[in-house]
Design a protein around this ligand. Structure first.
Ligand code: AMP
Length: 508
């Protein structure tokens, strides 16, 4: 029985010590090196605060070997990790640190200045190079510590965009990730001959699958440089050179490869082509199926609030270009049902809110009782004992084959370039800009861009807007188009009429 995720590293680190675990540019690491370095870091953390356990530890490191060592090192120490993007605006990091109050921050020397500017006390910082330079002298205490973790303790927090203007932390327990990884490995059957090509940033939970599937199976984790997703020709070269057999990427990458016809005359070693994170358009999915005939294609679906993915559809029957790809069936040990507006199970074929129950669920949001209560509710279908379900805010229906179909969102959360964004967070940042009276943000699905409508005494040009908003929002959240209005169209209830704003986009 796996209780703490480090047990995957303990097992593989000892059974396959010399197998290549991680390949990241010019750095690489075997499973035993990963285990040794993480244990070293674990001991250092333990020595800092011998009596504390189960506290958040932020990890602010570039994507690479050190970050992977840090994640597992934190788990060895009996705490949980919080991956943060060091390139986020300082004000955003500051908000997160204030919310999180981390026990310490694992980082590297070049980031120290940035972190102190974001409000970190220098005494909180633990430099990974220094921490791993000393041998693990207290192995016994470390083993006792990680073995005292129970599977309902948190293993990580992922911060996502929050509609109130502040990022919100989703708290995942070990049990949820183990539940998912065991199901995923049953399905994918990876082993030490496999190579997993990682695309997802470590702040996005698809990366959790890449990391722990590698640790579970002994497959090599290849960290693909970000640039390769901007210039996908190099990506395909890398896929073939490194004999990649498995990946789970956001659909937009597959779309780009298809649009550039990069798989023409290419033979890959892919066994699994899987996507997660947003709607996968049908045509490019078929393109990949056609060009990788030996691979199985899978569309997977799920929110951060249920570890990695909750449902999957294995491509098996012809689907017309105009028809959407199902998000399929729940993973084993996960249950999905649809609730209508009256909190009743949606009838056959009817659209309802997708609700998830099972061991893969998060514990809730960090320091956010009300949001937790609203999203993690009691199951209205179970009145005899308390049971938590997660209400995704996604709408879906079951088709004639009993497969789940994704229909859209109930609210203003969007997916843009694979990132989950609450439009409300951008609105709060825009409304805070001096001189702005009102701000409303919509997503132009056709042009795939974020659009800001605002009212203000004077007009700001796009460059001014972007420069100002970049002080509080990450680059992927910055609107592309800006429209000043004298007055906002209102609905009968007096709310901003987003439908009318969307209609205006067509006339722009
Ligand atoms: P995240 O928490 O960043 O993983 O985003 C979760 C949200 O992404 C879900 O609630 C959906 O709205 C969307 N999503 C994830 N996977 C899919 C998919 N395969 N098809 C459509 N939407 C998806």
């Amino acid at each position: 029985m796996i209780v703490n995720l480090v047990e995957y590293l303990e097992t593989t680190g000892q059974q396959l010590p010399d197998e290549l675990a991680v390949l990241a540019g010019d750095r690489q690491m075997t499973f035993s090196e990963w285990r040794m370095a993480s244990r070293q870091l674990g001991v250092r953390i333990l020595q800092r605060a011998p009596t504390q356990a189960n506290r958040p530890i932020a990890v602010v490191l570039p994507k690479g070997v050190d970050a992977l060592v840090a994640f597992l090192g934190v788990l060895y120490s009996g705490h949980f990790y919080v991956p943060l993007d060091g390139s986020s605006p300082a004000s955003r990091l500051e908000k997160i640190f204030a919310d999180l109050q981390p026990m310490c921050v694992v980082t590297a020397a070049p980031l120290v200045e940035r972190l102190t500017a974001a409000g970190c006390d220098p005494s909180q910082l633990l430099l990974i190079d220094e921490a791993c330079a000393v041998g693990p002298d207290d192995e016994q205490a470390l083993t006792e510590r990680y073995r005292s973790t129970i599977d309902t303790d948190p293993c990580y927090i992922k911060y996502t965009s929050g509609s109130t203007g502040d990022p919100k932390g989703v708290v995942l327990p070990h049990r949820a990730v183990v539940d998912y990884i065991e199901c995923a490995q049953d399905m994918y059957q990876l082993n030490q001959d496999d190579v997993i090509a990682n695309q997802a940033p470590f702040t996005f939970d698809v990366s959790v699958q890449d990391i722990y599937l590698s640790l579970k199976s002994g497959a090599t984790l290849l960290l693909v440089p970000e640039q390769h997703f901007v210039f996908p020709a190099n990506l395909i070269t890398l896929l073939t050179e490194q004999r990649v057999t498995f990946f789970c990427w956001v659909p937009s990458v597959l779309v780009n490869v298809c649009n550039l016809d990069l798989l023409r005359d290419v033979e890959t070693n892919l066994r699994w082509v899987t996507v997660l994170g947003e709607v996968m358009p049908t045509k490019p999915f078929k393109y990949w199926a056609e060009h990788c005939p030996q691979a199985t294609l899978v569309n997977t679906y799920g929110p951060t609030e249920a570890a990695v993915a909750s449902s999957y559809y294995v491509w098996q029957r012809p689907i017309d270009d105009g028809q959407p790809i199902p998000i399929g069936h729940p993973y084993r040990n996960t249950s999905i049902f649809l609730l209508d507006e009256n909190e009743q199970l949606a009838g056959p074929g009817a659209v309802g809110e997708i609700c998830i129950r099972g061991s893969s669920l998060a514990l809730g949001y960090w320091n956010a009782d009300e949001s937790t209560r609203n999203a993690f509710t009691g199951n209205p279908g179970q009145t005899h004992y308390p049971e938590t379900v997660y209400r995704t805010g996604d709408l879906g229906h079951f088709n004639e084959f009993g497969e789940l179909m994704f229909v859209g969102r109930r609210d203003t959360q969007i997916k843009h370039q694979g990132y989950r964004i609450e439009l409300g967070e951008i609105e709060v940042a825009a409304a805070a800009v001096a001189g702005v009276q009102q701000a409303c943000v919509v997503y132009d699905h056709q042009r795939r861009q974020i659009v800001l409508f605002y009212s203000a005494a004077s007009e700001l040009n796009a460059a001014e807007w972007r420069k100002t908003l970049a002080e509080s929002l990450p680059a992927y959240m910055l609107p592309k188009a800006f429209h000043r209005l004298d007055e906002f169209p209102l609905s009968a209830h007096g709310k901003v009429n987003r439908k009318r704003l969307m209609a205006e986009l067509d006339s722009v």
